[in-house]
Design a protein around this ligand. Structure first.
Ligand SMILES: Nc1ncnc2c1ncn2[C@@H]1O[C@H](COP(=O)(O)OP(=O)(O)OP(=O)(O)O)[C@@H](O)[C@H]1O
Ligand SMILES: [Mg+2]
Length: 208
């Protein structure tokens, strides 16, 4: 059997504040094998978001104090430089968040943002190819009339459609691991169920 894709060992994250050090995550260890799903549960403030963001190196190392080890496909992430992290983000590991409206830029068309994300890891692709990829991804996440919707701004999408667009952005570079930090909390129950079904379908599709 191959090694797990994600190996987190004794991860500790502390934030210095005016009231002293905040222990956000203490001695967390877990592994995720490729193609598998891991659900992390815990009360509010228990460190779910902070520990997930550490996997993408999203904490400012000048402030957050991170110790332990996070290996993504064998590559150590803790202490890794920003330019190397950028190569990892989106391509090896992508993350989707609770608030799609905050994750999408209000001034740019949804399609342009998707195309931009694609071009980060496909710098040789043409603008046309990137746009075609954006439409294809919108289609795959169930946006109706994707060739028309690609030119919409985020506020022209419904809440569920924005969440789908964010998932499309997360998956556009075919990452090996997708971290979903409560991506459905802001949605009503029926749309929540649709989004979870979608993630399950996509996992099957992308793993094959
Ligand atoms: N930048 C920061 N500076 C200081 N403390 C922080 C910072 N970010 C998070 N924390 C603290 O770290 C702890 C863990 O926060 P985190 O957001 O990971 O919780 P969570 O498990 O995701 O909670 P929720 O279920 O509410 O989303 C909390 O006590 C939080 O206040
Ligand atoms: Mg959280």
């Amino acid at each position: 059997m191959s090694d797990p894709f994600l190996v987190v060992e004794d991860l500790t994250v502390k934030f210095p504040t005016e009231d002293g050090l905040v222990n956000a995550v203490t001695d967390l260890s877990y592994t995720v094998e490729q193609g598998k799903t891991l659900g992390i549960v815990g009360e509010s403030g228990s460190g779910k978001s902070v520990s997930s963001m550490a996997v993408l190196g999203l904490h400012d190392m000048r402030t957050a104090r991170i110790t332990g080890s996070i290996k993504v496909g064998g590559q150590e992430v803790v202490g890794l430089g920003e330019s190397k992290l950028r190569k990892l983000r989106g391509k090896e590991v992508a993350m989707i968040f609770q608030d799609a409206l905050a994750a999408l830029h209000p001034f740019y068309k949804v399609g342009s943002q998707l195309a931009e994300a694609y071009l980060v890891h496909h710098p040789k692709a043409s603008k046309r190819e990137a746009r075609r990829k954006a439409i294809e991804m919108l289609d795959r996440v169930g946006i109706p009339q994707p060739d028309r919707r690609v030119d919409d701004f985020p506020h022209q999408f419904s809440g569920g459609m924005r969440q789908r667009a964010m998932i499309a952005m997360g998956l556009i570079n075919d990452p090996k691991l997708l971290i979903a930090d409560e991506p459905t909390t802001a949605l009503d129950v029926t749309v929540q169920a649709q989004i979870l079904d979608l993630l399950q379908d996509l996992q099957r599709e992308f793993n094959s």
